[in-house]
Design a protein around this ligand. Structure first.
Ligand code: TNX
Length: 603
């Protein structure tokens, strides 16, 4: 019996709690508890009965889970001697290690990760069970994920948490979380599902969990069951590292932010007029020359191949797939500065550090351009474990429509030859279909016959409507950074739309998912990146993950409010949007040992 149980123990305490006892005066064995031990157990149990409820409610998770069944009588309290038990499966074990890594800093507990076959008497147990064979983030996560209405049946229907059928109902990314007084158990059919499950668990612990060093806290998790899986297979954010360059460590931190909210794709906008950010061995001047500029005249920068490998590996461990974008044929001034032979007039343009768009393009009439495209997409594809390669295709204003079509169709073939699947901005729509291709919608009117037609020809769509999902837009007129060409986007505007019905003629089945792009013309530091992402990123994440039946602004607003103190504790910058009822003071003051012993728990 562990200290988190709420029933008075009727069986003797496990020997490991107190150590073996000698026979007492009347000859009772160590297995029969002495009066003092019984009294201790009873006091502990009474303490738990009187214990305050968990400060977080089981339903407070963002994105909203598919099915939540609270059991207030079954709260779990993490104790110092808890262990994390896990299947022998390598990928599941890695998730368990990551859970330990999340829990150890603030609790200061050792939380050893052990084999699930090993008995752990007297300890609290977190069990991660991968019932089906684990999959890796390197696989075609987005392509294979549940799409649109396909995921609408309630996962809880046959998810009994023990059988293969249950694992199958959870799909590629679903999980089941059972919290009882005795243990926390996360069950999934894949390592990705387990990973999403630990993100949920993290949110159910007190906000003090986000501390980087040990704090005194009652580490209570609300009792009950969550059965959860995503609505859409592709849930992402884009970081424009071309307008302003961001160092590898900044990108890794953004990946952590994605993972927290169960986003599974990071789209990197690697090239634009103002800078080329990914090393290409066969065209070295792309970075050596094209990488040294950025908006506003700063030094720029670029990723070596090892830098990029570090990013994709870090992402893969967090079940995030990196989508590299090489923007073509427009947005290419930096490449033209490096290689004037690619420019239409063969004369080098001046480096560009402004914020206009639409003036540059690689020469579609020169064969050398296609050798360039083949080399670049070949090298980038070889570095990228995920299934996607984003070709850009936006705002090539100076390229006539027919020429544009010919260029894109050849470029699509060159991508296909690398084994990757094309994603492109929705300007690709009028060009010929390529097997599996995906169009990323960034318009503002919800009605685009060309995109609807491309969908009829087999394309799928990622929704990034600029007037809802563009997190480079200002929140309010006085937001110090950001654009407003697509309007102001407060949290409600980011949240209140439906990817399943947003685009006329694009049914939910054709929607691969959602993405929040962050363009960085005005964004120069990690803190500014976070300020633009939070709290809008969790809003977009919820649209991508949660069943439509959970959509409710008032409920979202209240759930989101509890995340403010978490971000503050974790040192994440955010916009304290006035429409969110943030707790006035830290929602959960960190008690001293004394106040924990004497005062009721405040929330
Ligand atoms: C439009 S969206 C662009 C980008 C800009 C962005 C600024 C898209 C595909 N192209 O080049 O950075 O607006 O909001």
């Amino acid at each position: 019996m562990h200290p988190g149980a709420v029933t008075v123990p009727t069986t003797p305490a496990a020997p490991s709690e107190t150590g073996p006892e000698p026979l007492d005066a009347v000859g009772l064995s160590a297995r029969q508890p002495a009066a003092a031990e019984l009294a201790r157990s009873a006091a502990r149990a009474a303490g738990e009965l009187l214990a305050p409820p968990a400060p977080v409610r089981l339903a407070d998770v963002v994105p909203a889970p598919e099915l939540v069944t609270p059991d207030p009588a079954a709260d779990f309290v993490l104790a110092e001697d808890a262990v994390i038990r896990v299947d022998a499966d390598r990928a599941a074990r890695d998730v368990a290690e990551q859970l330990a890594g999340l829990l150890r800093p603030a609790t200061g507990y050792p939380l050893p990760v052990t084999d699930s076959a090993a008995r752990a008497d007297g300890s609290l147990v977190l069990t991660l069970t991968s019932m089906a064979k684990s999959t890796d983030a390197a696989g075609p996560v987005g392509a294979a994920g549940p799409v649109g209405a396909a995921a609408s049946a309630p996962a809880g229907a046959n998810a009994d948490g023990t059988g293969r059928a249950a694992a199958e109902a959870l799909g590629d990314e679903g999980y089941r979380l059972d919290v009882t007084g005795a243990e926390i158990r996360i069950t999934a059919g894949s390592a990705a599902g387990l990973f999403h499950g630990i993100q949920t668990l993290r949110q159910l612990l007190p906000a003090a969990m986000e501390n980087a060093t040990p704090v005194a806290e009652r580490w209570v998790v609300p009792g009950g069951t969550i059965v959860d899986r995503p609505r859409f297979g592709y849930r992402g954010a884009m970081l424009d590292v071309a307008r302003h360059f961001f160092e590898v460590d900044d990108v890794l931190r953004v990946i952590d932010h994605l993972a927290r909210y169960k986003l599974n794709h990071l789209h990197l906008h690697l090239t634009d007029d103002q800078g080329w950010r990914i090393a290409v061995d066969s065209w070295p001047k792309l970075t050596e020359v094209g990488g040294t500029t950025e908006v506003g005249g700063g030094p720029g920068g670029w990723y070596t191949k090892d830098d990029y490998r570090r990013i994709v590996a870090y992402a893969a461990r967090r079940h995030v797939t990196v989508v590299p974008e090489i923007d073509l044929p427009g947005h290419t001034n930096a490449a033209l500065v490096a290689y004037p032979e690619l420019a239409p007039g063969k004369t080098p343009p001046p480096p560009y550090t402004g914020t206009e768009v639409g003036f540059s393009y690689v020469d579609p009439a020169d064969e050398r351009t296609y050798a360039f495209v083949a080399d670049v997409v070949g090298e980038v594809a070889a570095l990228t474990p995920g299934p996607w390669l984003h070709l850009g295709g936006d705002e090539a204003f100076k390229v006539p429509a027919d020429t544009y079509r010919g260029f894109i169709e050849r470029a699509q073939e060159l991508v296909a030859a690398t084994g990757k699947t094309v994603i492109g901005w929705h300007q690709l729509a009028p060009t010929g279909h390529a097997e599996g291709r995906v169009l990323q919608w960034w318009g503002t009117n919800g009605d685009d016959p060309e995109t609807a037609d491309a969908v009829r020809r087999g394309a799928r769509v990622i929704l990034s409507p600029a007037n809802h999902a563009y997190v480079d837009m200002k929140y309010t007129p006085d937001t110090p950074i950001g654009h407003d060409w697509a309007g102001l986007i407060d949290v409600r505007r980011a949240y209140d739309w439906d990817p399943g019905t947003h685009l006329t003629g694009v049914p939910a089945e054709a929607v691969l998912g959602v993405e929040a792009p962050l363009w960085t013309e005005t964004v120069t530091t990690l803190a500014e990146v976070e300020f633009m992402l939070f709290p809008r990123l969790p809003a977009i994440a919820e649209l991508g993950w949660s069943p439509r039946s959970t959509h409710d602004w008032a409920a979202f607003r209240d759930r989101l409010a509890g995340h403010g103190p978490r971000w503050t504790t974790a040192g994440i910058a955010f916009h304290p949007a006035p429409e969110i009822p943030w707790p006035a003071t830290p929602s959960h003051p960190i008690p001293t040992q004394r106040s924990r012993d004497e005062a009721p728990h405040t929330t």
